[in-house]
Ligand binder design. Sequence first.
Ligand SMILES: [Zn+2]
Length: 171
Amino acid sequence: MAYQADLGNGQKIYLENRGTQTYVTLASSSSGQQQSSTGIETGTWTQPPQLTQTPSGVNVEVFTQDGSRFIQVQGSSISVSIQSPGSDRGEVLPLRQTSNAPTLPPIEPMQPMQPMKMGDMEMNLNSMEMRMGNMEMRMGKSTPNRSFCPQCGAKIEKSDRFCSACGYSLS
Ligand SMILES: [Zn+2]
């Protein structure tokens, strides 16, 4: 479900509801492909949005289960509020239902971080481990727990070679 309207100044606006997001796409018809898309969390539309011309731009009223959301478009900046911009409502612009809304940039899932390596410093953000020279830091479930002596259970430092309580060899 997508709607488009001509803003009259060489700009077109596309409104599309995907899930609970309203996508506002501004496309300039004079400069061809130039367009910007913004996804705004509004909730699912219950009826087509209403577009009104205001002195500074356009105002989009989106109707959802939780009430109206007002999206203000001024030039290329888009802001949203739950407050009506006031009684100073402008002229209603006709919205056309369209099936060919411009393709929105795909939302890519976050890629897992690749381990980083800089000189002798190595950092792996997936398992939170860091190596600098001969110093090693690790935070993760697979980390062997060496903070207690395996023989007597006394607390030991990672750098200890022998347990200070029972003398057990830790290396
Ligand atoms: Zn011990």
